[in-house]
Design a protein around this ligand. Sequence first.
Ligand code: NAP
Length: 284
Amino acid sequence: MALILDGRKVARAVRDDVRALAQAYKDRKGRPAGLAIAQVGEAVASDVYTRALLRAAESVGVRASVVTLPEDIDDEGLRAAIETLNADDETQGILMQLPLPPQLSPRTVAEAIDPHKDVDGASLRSAGNLFLRFPSFVPSTCAAVVELLDRYDIPLAGKRVVIVGASNVVGKPLAFLTLSRDATVTICHVYTRDLAAWTRQADILIVAVGKPGLIAAEMACPGAVVVDVGINVQADGNIVGDVDYPAVAQVAGAITPVPGGVGPLTNLMLLKQTLLGRQLWSTE
Ligand code: NAP
């Protein structure tokens, strides 16, 4: 049986570190760090994530607030709302909840968020920093994957990393993040032919697609580290990842469960980046 990469256990340790950073921020500034969570509309798909993030922020001592924008807001309105947050001294981090409604362009967010407050790595500047291997904010899910591997002393340098999924928020930034840690990286996506031929080559297989059961036991190399980023809510309300966990756990060397793998770390990494913001940039 594979070693279980226990995100909940790691999250307890990370939470203590983030709490200490939040306290240090408060001691320095005389007030807690502020995170603005912007979302379009009241009943958005991301609402459950927003509530979890509010709880996580409270648990570490970051003042998080939700900025709800009108359902029918246009790009100009969204840009203006983001610029208001950019100018607010009490807002150290800005998170724009996705997905955006169809009338809005993702480009507006990428262009408008002040790169110094872009704690979920959504801006053009953050993407460029990551590409150029400069210190950078990165999407928090990607930071969570690397944190989990680091906490289990799983090295990336020289390893064959195969990432299934090429989205702007998970697959692509994770590819650059693991490349910047000297892994040899392959990205697979919906047009990849013979997916199994690629996944079987992975020392570290990271899956971020949103399709339950996509990765079967014969698609993992024996002994591989398998990180499942997928979150799929089933008809019975249960949450599963993209990996056939019971079967793959028989061949993998280490594996993340879903839930309880990457998920518990994601919000904490966002809060960590909110608190580290200026420090991250000062090393650039
Ligand atoms: P997304 O934007 O829908 O991207 C999915 C990616 O998977 C795309 O690149 C797509 O390829 C690729 N893909 C689709 N079908 C495929 C197939 N059969 N074989 C290979 N690749 C395929 O999703 P996302 O936002 O990246 O999220 C991915 C999953 O991670 C979802 O389940 C989401 O809920 C979960 N997630 C988890 C966390 C967390 O904190 N744990 C955070 C964010 C997301 P193309 O690019 O060619 O279309």
